[in-house]
Design a protein around this ligand. Structure first.
Ligand code: ATP
Ligand code: MG
Length: 907
């Protein structure tokens, strides 16, 4: 090759090569998988085709090609710890892939991979090695002789460079469960200079060895099995090809660089960081500064892609992974003396590098930068202080035998300074220390349990994808709220049952041949209602969909029902309220864009019978005027009673209409478009709002009946939330508010219009009175100090010491104590006993100055006199108190006190 290809050209040449082999380009799915709870982030190109492999969905084309956005930071595939330390593992990377859905198989995938690598890209064939699966006894799988044979038959690769490896290397799985199969990998020998383990005793460079001389370029997976939650492998009904080649690694080879970071995919980011920090990047492994450059470049890309696709930093699940990555990057920034937020400034650089291939990052760049900046600013405030605490903890740990930072320190760093535990561990490792993670985990247990509860998986649905569920015809949901159907079976914790009587009383999922129930999707809650026949009534509490099957979750409440029985499915009238809220949500999104501009994009929603909630991107709180305008626009449309229509269109056509799609959502080749303002489906161009939507809607806006924003608030940086009411819920809300006003007007005897003013006045008055009361309490009441002073004046003296015994008319312990303090100070040497009466009870207090406590102690005096008033108590030598129940004997007690003191002092 004479000219050096850009990363962009290399990505393109991969795609074009496979287009030329009859493949269809399928865009990368979002990095945040929608609708797959088994996965936090896309970790391979095959994720979006999982349902096809499992037979739950038919492929749109027999062969596909793309470059998939992948993140390997959690679960089975986690490369976070390698980032920066080596030159070829990233958290975010692009996986080039080609797929066959029961079309071609091993031979073609091997031959084409070889052709592209050696003929099109011109990689020296002598550098390439192939691996195949050696079989596995535990899973009962044979050695893949077929693949080994194909390599030597179809390519000139010598037989000794085709090597067999076991399950760890050559059996590919996306996660704990799901499609999987044996694989065949292509590795490249980058030459002895790239070995990073030279001199390590016993080290030998080899494929799948320890060092960086051999790296894996491309993995060809022969998907043939589904790994079930039990660990068993079940053969799939068809065979699939799923391949993945890391773009960054290919680019590095084709650009003849020694590191992925030296390519045009990373250098612009590294250079921008160098400009900001004033440090220089020298591309050395094991160098602290260079390592920081690499980590920042890697994490910067990850943040841009993950936040673009809908993850936002938070304390749970995906959001927490993103927060950890951001905090790690911010901390590495300190290595380059970057103390102010800086990551957000890399957003435009990442966009410059990758925005052509992934236009979504360009579209959302401002939003992403806002989110990163505010998160950086938040962490930056505690980071420097946290680093100090860490250094102290580390110094302490260095002095111990175990060289371990305590779990308590790690927890404090986490809890108070926001240091994720893996960040603390990483920093500890850099100092040759470890962290007592067990203790940390113990301390975290409570928090973790909360998070786990939130992720609670649905027991009913566990393992369902494996069973053969019949599809449900559910288009009726758009037309009616009652339909006739037949029971096909039910699902309980053991799986799908196709015959027999539906068990009574236990929670299960009923499956019908058809239904008018709406299954939860797109923010709209699943319907509730009743499925019944003569002699049986099943109450539906929730409706959901798995693949193409609608599951009515609930209980058989009365009588009996059995498989094959005809039933009537009747949706609860709640659905009408839900429909109003759903259409109102479309109106709201339209109005938001009218008033706040096109940068408003939906981030999520809840549409139920009770209220609607809409989350959207917007950098600041809308003003009250803007909110009023938004409400007014929605209300005008409702008042105009415009019609609502929907139609199903090929996706490209719908996109041309500029219909609003949920950002990052995966849509099929046909989409339903809901059009507000169009009289029927042939006039959708008349609509003012067009949205991709599978929800149920009203036919005319008038029935929505009204619209009111209840709350506007911030959800996270750059994301706002509006909660609003329509229809009956709005009426109920207004009624309640009205009744409160009525009660208030009755109470205050003024017209409703004057309420705010009067209540403000009352509050003001109240404040004034409270203030007056406080000063009165301070100055008013008996003058305790004066009383105490006269007791001192009247009291006896023994030598230089005063004996002060008497009653006070106060009823406050604090006052009485203050009086004793004052007397001790004034007399310099004194023994004091004071008493007062309150609500039929007695309080005795004694105080003795330090010079006298050898002779008499306040505690002893109180102990001896308290029984006289039927009480008890005690205290210190200097000050003591006691309560009693017999005020009639106060004088007797005081008399005794005076006697005690005098005797003691006379000694
Ligand atoms: P490795 O053993 O190098 O970690 P892998 O076996 O985990 O690779 P696969 O799951 O087979 O990789 O992924 C397919 C391809 O994606 C690999 O051949 C490689 O080119 C690329 N790849 C995998 N992980 C990363 C990563 N963390 N960063 C960059 N590229 C990667
Ligand atoms: Mg790996």
């Amino acid at each position: 090759m004479n000219t050096v290809l850009t990363a962009r050209a290399i990505r393109q040449s991969f795609i074009e090569f496979f287009l030329g082999k009859g493949h269809t380009f399928v865009p990368s799915s979002p990095i945040v998988p929608h609708g797959d709870d088994t996965l936090l982030f896309a970790n391979a190109g095959m994720n979006q085709f999982k349902d096809i492999f499992l037979g739950l969905r038919a492929p749109d084309c027999p062969r596909a090609v793309n470059s998939q956005k992948c993140l390997r930071v959690s679960g089975k595939h986690n490369d976070l710890e390698e980032v920066g330390k080596d030159t070829y593992h990233h958290t975010f990377f692009e996986m080039l892939g080609n797929w066959s859905f029961n079309d071609y198989f091993k031979a073609e995938s091997i031959a084409w991979a070889w052709e592209l690598l050696t003929k099109v890209w011109g990689i020296n064939p002598d550098q390439l090695y192939a691996t195949v699966f050696a079989g596995d006894d535990k899973d009962g799988l044979p050695r893949d002789d077929e693949a080994a044979g194909l390599w030597t038959k179809l390519t000139p690769i010598p037989v000794e460079r085709v090597m067999a490896f076991g399950r760890k290397e050559n059996f590919w799985e996306m996660g704990e469960t799901g499609p999987c199969g044996p694989c065949s990998e292509i590795h490249i020998d980058l030459g002895p200079d790239r070995c990073d383990m030279k001199g390590v005793p016993g080290h030998q460079c080899r494929v799948n060895g320890e060092c960086a001389r051999f790296i894996e370029l491309w993995n060809l997976v022969f998907i043939q099995y589904n790994r079930q939650p039990s660990g068993n492998l079940v053969p799939l009904s068809a065979k699939y090809i799923d391949t993945g080649a890391g773009l960054e690694r290919v680019v590095r080879v084709l650009q003849s660089k020694e590191s992925n970071y030296d390519t045009d995919l990373f250098m612009p980011i590294i250079e921008a960081t160098a400009r900001m920090s004033g440090h220089r990047y020298t591309s050395q492994l094991g160098n602290k500064t260079d390592n920081a450059f690499r980590v920042i470049a890697d994490h910067g890309r990850t943040l841009v892609f993950a936040i673009t696709d809908g993850a936002t930093p938070s304390n749970e699940g995906r959001g927490y992974v993103i927060r950890r990555i951001l905090r790690r990057a911010a901390r590495f920034g300190r290595e380059l003396d970057l103390h102010e937020p800086f990551l957000y400034k890399l957003v435009p650089v990442v966009v410059e590098c990758l925005g052509d291939a992934f236009p979504e990052i360009r579209e959302r760049a401002d939003y992403v930068a806002t989110v990163i900046q505010s998160e950086e600013a938040g962490f930056g405030r505690t980071l420097d202080r946290g680093l100090e605490i860490f250094n102290t903890a580390a110094a302490r740990a260095a002095d111990t035998k175990t060289k371990t930072i305590s779990g308590d320190d790690a927890f404090q760093l986490y809890d108070t300074f926001g240091f994720p535990p893996d960040l603390t561990q990483l920093m500890a490792r850099e100092k040759g220390l470890t962290v007592d993670i067990e203790r940390f985990d113990e301390l975290m247990k409570e928090q973790r349990e909360r998070a786990r509860a939130a992720q609670k998986t649905d027991a009913l649905l566990a393992g369902l994808a494996d069973s053969d569920l019949p599809a449900t015809e559910d288009l009726h949901k758009y037309r009616t709220d009652r339909c006739d159907a037949t029971i096909l079976g039910w699902i309980d914790a053991d799986g799908f049952k196709k015959q027999g009587a539906v068990p009574a009383g236990t929670e299960l999922g009923l499956v019908l041949d058809k239904t008018c129930f709406y299954a939860e999707a797109g923010g709209q809650v699943g319907d509730t209602g009743v499925i019944s026949a003569d002699g049986g009534r099943f109450v539906v509490e929730e409706t959901m969909k798995v693949g193409n099957t609608v599951i009515h979750r609930g209980k058989l409440a009365d009588g009996s029902l059995k498989v094959g029985q005809p039933v009537a499915a009747v949706v609860s009238p709640d659905r009408n309220a839900t429909r109003k809220n759903h259409t109102a949500t479309h109106l709201l999104q339209w109005a938001l864009q009218e008033v706040l501009g096109k940068s408003v994009a939906q981030q999520g929603s809840y549409v139920g019978p009770d209220y609607l909630r809409f989350d959207f991107t917007y950098p600041k709180a809308p003003t009250p005027e803007e909110l009023a305008k938004i409400e007014q626009l929605v209300r005008e449309k409702i008042a105009a009673d415009l019609p609502v229509a929907w139609t199903v269109l090929p996706r490209e056509e719908a996109e041309k209409l500029d219909a609003m799609a949920l950002f990052g959502e995966k849509y099929g080749s046909e989409v339903r478009v809901v059009c507000v303002g169009a009289p029927d489906e042939s006039h959708i161009d008349e609509a003012f709002s067009r949205e991709f939507c599978g929800g149920t809607h009203v036919d005319r806006l008038g029935v929505i009946g009204g619209f009111k924003v209840l709350r506007e608030e911030s959800v996270s940086a750059g994301v706002r939330r509006i909660t609003a009411l329509t229809g009956q819920a709005l009426t109920a809300h207004l009624e309640q508010a009205g009744s409160i006003v009525e009660q208030l007007t009755a109470l205050l005897q003024i017209p409703a219009g004057k309420l705010p003013e009067r209540i403000a006045q009352l509050l003001e008055d109240n404040k004034k009175l409270a203030k007056q009361l406080k000063t009165a309490a301070k100055t008013g009441g008996p003058d305790t100090m004066a009383e105490a002073r006269s007791l001192l004046d009247a009291g006896e003296r023994i030598g230089d010491s005063a004996v002060v015994v008497g009653r006070l008319s106060t009823t406050s312990v604090d006052r009485a104590r203050e009086a004793i303090d004052m007397l001790k100070k004034k007399a310099k040497s004194a023994a004091v006993v004071l008493a007062y009466e309150e609500d039929g009870k007695v309080m005795l207090l004694a105080g003795v100055t330090d010079d006298l406590i050898k002779k008499i102690k306040a505690g002893d005096i109180v102990k001896q006199i308290a029984p006289i008033v039927d009480g008890g108590g005690g205290g210190k030598p200097q000050m003591a108190q006691a309560g009693g129940k017999n005020p009639a004997k106060i004088d007797e007690a005081l008399g005794k006190a005076s006697e005690l003191i005098k005797t003691a002092l006379a000694k």
